[in-house]
Design a protein around this ligand. Structure first.
Ligand code: GDP
Ligand code: IMO
Ligand code: MG
Length: 422
């Protein structure tokens, strides 16, 4: 396998975790490059369900090295408990999990500020995961953040943390929120820092050496294209670059060492959190929720659901340079007699074939649909493309053609075996 960047082509939760796990078989190294524990990547191995938040989904296969890159924001207490959770399930992390020295650290004041800002926004809230992601990236950009290398340096950490808590308490007071106490935070973070020390490394030089020896590297994106801080539906986005460029800045591996970009998308659309979603539809939402599907893996919130939006995914192909698509959750549409696909937007008297930058314009966009006949056959047991119903093949080819890249993987269930390679 060549060096591969995997991105979500929609609003997150496309099934990246499952596809990463599948592609890891051919990889030597899997790298997370952005986001934090706002992500929830689900992998099933047999009946066992794993939900990864900070650790790359590649960790579930033996003898693969997993790297948490410099572009990730790390809550060390949460990372520690994720590692301990895996150890309890007999998943080895010792020697094969690496944490970048320069990843920024998420603190309780980031979470508190995230919650306070959301509360202040009232009905205009973003619907964040309240994991402190926005304020942590804000500190990074403002050059007031602390990094993993500071966390594991006991004396430096103590004075820097004290100063940051004092400063952030002033902000919290202005919000009318209770100030935070230094002692318990220092204790918990120092203990987490000690625990994480053996994993900490200069991951940029590590990855550079891996590139030199021609290791196969898989870059695991978190969130999705339309949650990207630059290319998403701002301000209803997350605070990192979720698009393919983020894999370079978030790992230190340069663009000319990347070989291909795989976009993961569902056969329909989902979004968790606020913001416009032109193809949102009660029929598909009720159907999927009725099947017990589409509840968030991080916050448990019901995901908003809609028809497949090829205007959005075509835009995703453009900004990510997607070469190939993995389409997941095809089986979710098995029972439908007719399936809608959005091929354009009507915005007032204009017809658009792209996502407008003005969020108010975007909120006014109405989807223009093309109907496809449903296959009305269960697909979950299919393992070969030749066994796929003709109408399902037609649908998969139509949505990937409309999205502007070729179809290479179709997924018909959460398990590894429910994966069809073309
Ligand atoms: P991620 O954040 O992109 O990794 O996606 P999530 O794990 O948050 O959400 C995707 C959900 O879809 C998870 O529950 C997966 O187990 C599930 N999933 C992935 N691919 C398929 C598929 O092809 N069919 C079905 N039924 N479930 C799938
Ligand atoms: P994975 O990696 C879906 C959404 C939140 C909210 C917005 C900002 O599992 O696909 P944040 O907490 O990041 O400041 O929230 O982004 N969001 C996600 N939605 N999947 C995710 O990750 C998400 N991570 C953040 O719901 O709308
Ligand atoms: Mg998810």
């Amino acid at each position: 396998m060549a060096n591969t960047i995997l991105v979500g082509a929609q609003w997150g939760d496309e099934g990246k975790g499952k596809i990463i796990d599948v592609l890891t078989e051919q990889a030597d190294i899997v790298v997370r490059t952005q986001g934090g524990n706002n992500a929830g990547h689900t992998v099933f191995i047999g009946p066992q369900k794993y939900v990864l938040h900070l650790i790359p989904s590649g960790i579930l296969r033996p003898n693969k090295t997993c790297v948490i890159g410099n572009g990730v924001v790390v809550d060390p207490v949460s990372l520690r408990s994720e590692i301990e959770g895996l150890l309890k399930l007999n998943i080895n992390v010792n020697g094969n999990l690496l944490l970048s020295e320069t990843a920024h650290v998420v603190f309780p004041y980031h979470r508190e500020l995230d919650g306070q800002r959301e509360a202040r926004k009232g009905k205009n809230k973003i619907g964040t995961t309240k994991r402190g992601i926005g304020p942590a990236y804000g500190d990074k950009a403002a050059r007031t953040g602390l990094r993993v290398i500071d966390l594991i340096h006991a004396t430096r950490f103590e004075s820097a943390l004290r100063q940051r808590i004092e400063e952030n308490n002033e902000v919290l007071k202005a919000f009318g929120a209770a100030p935070l106490e230094f002692g318990p935070i220092h204790e918990a973070y120092s203990a987490a820092g000690e625990f994480l020390k053996p994993f900490v490394l200069n991951t940029v030089t590590y990855l550079h050496e891996a590139v030199q020896r021609k290791a196969n590297i898989l870059f695991e994106g978190a969130q999705g294209t339309f949650l990207d801080i630059d290319h998403g539906t701002y301000p209803f986005v997350t605070s990192s670059n979720t698009t393919s460029g983020g894999a370079c800045t978030g790992s230190g591996v340069p663009p000319n060492r990347m070989d291909r970009v795989v976009g993961v998308m569902k056969a329909y659309t989902t979004r968790v959190g606020e913001g416009p979603l032109p193809t949102e539809h009660a029929e598909i939402s009720d159907m999927l929720h009725g099947m017990g599907r589409e509840f968030g893996s991080t916050t448990g919130r019901a995901r908003r659901c809609g028809w497949f939006d090829s205007v959005a995914t075509r835009h995703a192909t453009m900004v990510n340079g997607i070469d190939e698509f993995a389409v997941t959750n095809l089986d979710g549409l098995d029972s439908l007699a007719s399936i809608k696909v959005c091929t354009g937007y009507k915005c007032g008297d204009r017809t658009l074939d792209h996502i407008p930058n003005d969020i108010e314009d975007f909120a006014r966009c109405e989807a223009v649909y093309r109907d496809f006949p449903g296959w009305q056959t269960p697909t979950e047991a299919i393992t070969k493309w030749s066994d796929m119903p003709a109408k399902a093949k037609e649908y998969l080819h139509a949505i990937t053609d409309l999205s502007g890249a070729k179809l290479t993987i179709a997924s018909v269930g959460p398990a590894r075996e429910q994966t069809i390679f073309l």
